[in-house]
Design a protein around this ligand. Structure first.
Ligand SMILES: Cc1ncc(COP(=O)(O)O)c(C=O)c1O
Length: 364
């Protein structure tokens, strides 16, 4: 089968590029002795998680219990649920997963730790815990200092839980321009202070888990960091390019769409809109566009309805006809993946693989 046999819209994964991205991380993490638990929220496909494990990943990361259930198919030795899991039913399901593989949860409150401890004790399974610390994103995580130390001591007192270390997510560093460089340096200093505090209090953080794609290949510059959880790196996307962390040639995922209307001069409408690409905009300060048209890089993907993509061709220097197909690199590939039932692994024009996106829609 070739890509011309596929119906559109179709999300294509260029296998050569994806394999290059996987290898680049495997080489980097090996060189710097960093443990990797890739975040599977990007691809949501157990077969790809298996590839990551085969390339040296120590385990997998998920955000949802439903994702952990799906990822059991990859037979991971270990799964990190990098999200506070709240509620009895979810915790019961998590314990069923924990009966099949080792589970660690990152959390930032005694309430969540207490619930987890009760579920763990009831099922007789020990659960690893990473205390989440906020390093500037202001999302989850307690502030460094006294509050973090108290959270850790509370976790250590709870039965059924094993304190493994700390976790943080530096999602506020979107690029390594001058400002980003400064933020990375401040993060390194903050981390040194945190680990110093822990040492002085006699707390052993066996795992210091961080890492996101924009700062991925600078992880070795963070003293004490020994685990990374990158997600987007496997495919990359337009926002990763805009962050300066990769080139368009390193973007493995594109959505193939068909031109369905050219009725308005200077514009084409393609058969993919917000239900195909997601409405994620470009990174702050970047030109407004919902993706990059590979065949016409100067075209601007200005607007989306659910099923219509509006592409402004006035500066593209190219014309397209109804029935033409173009490929578009999405702004945010993780959310785009969540919208597709199947995706296609291609090499050149040949479709080598069809994968069901088994983790899509696993919101619970
Ligand atoms: C807690 C956590 N860890 C890791 C990641 C992976 O980040 P990235 O996709 O930038 O590699 C995310 C992404 O949202 C996250 O929320």
């Amino acid at each position: 089968m070739t890509i011309s046999d596929l119906e559109t819209p179709a999300l294509l994964i260029d296998l050569d590029v994806m394999e290059g991205n996987l290898k680049k991380l495997a080489d980097y993490s090996q060189k710097h002795r960093l443990r990797v638990r890739p975040h599977t929220k990007t691809h949501k496909i157990p077969a790809l998680a298996r590839k990551q494990l085969d390339l040296g990943a120590a385990g997998l990361t998920v955000a949802k219990v439903g994702e952990a259930e799906v990822m059991l198919a990859a037979q991971p030795p270990d799964v990190l649920v990098a999200y506070p899991i709240v509620g009895r039913r979810k915790l019961e399901r998590l314990m069923q997963v924990a009966a099949k593989t080792s589970i660690t949860v990152s959390l930032d409150s005694v309430v969540v730790a207490q619930q987890l401890s009760e579920a763990a004790t009831a099922s007789g399974i020990e659960i690893g815990v990473l205390a989440e610390v906020d390093v500037g994103l202001g999302r989850v995580g307690v502030p460094p200092g006294e509050t973090l130390l108290r959270l850790i001591q509370d976790i250590q007192r709870l039965p059924g839980l094993r304190l493994d270390g700390i976790a943080f997510y530096p999602g506020q560093i979107k690029s390594l321009d001058e400002e980003g460089e400064q933020a990375l340096k401040s993060l390194a200093q903050m981390l040194e202070r945190i680990l110093d505090d822990l040492r002085k209090t006699g707390i052993e953080a066996r795992i210091v888990s961080g890492g996101s794609t924009p700062t991925l290949f600078h992880s070795h510059r963070l003293p004490g960091l020994n685990e990374i959880r990158p997600g987007t790196y496997i495919f990359n996307d337009r926002n990763t390019v805009l962050s300066g962390a990769c080139t368009f040639e390193e973007c493995a995922a594109s959505v193939m769409v068909t031109v369905v209307s050219t009725a308005k001069p200077g514009q084409m409408i393609v058969d993919g809109g917000s239900k195909t690409f997601s409405s994620d905009g470009a990174a702050a300060g970047a030109p407004v566009s919902f993706g990059r048209v590979l065949q016409a890089p100067d075209a601007v993907f200005t607007k989306m309805n659910e099923e219509h993509g509006f592409i402004d061709l006035r500066r593209a220097g190219q014309k397209f006809n109804v029935g033409d197909r173009v490929r578009i690199i999405p702004n945010h590939v993780c959310v785009a993946m969540n919208l597709h039932e199947c995706v296609y692994g291609i090499r050149g024009d040949t479709v080598e693989q069809t994968w069901r996106v088994e983790g899509r829609g696993k919101l619970q």
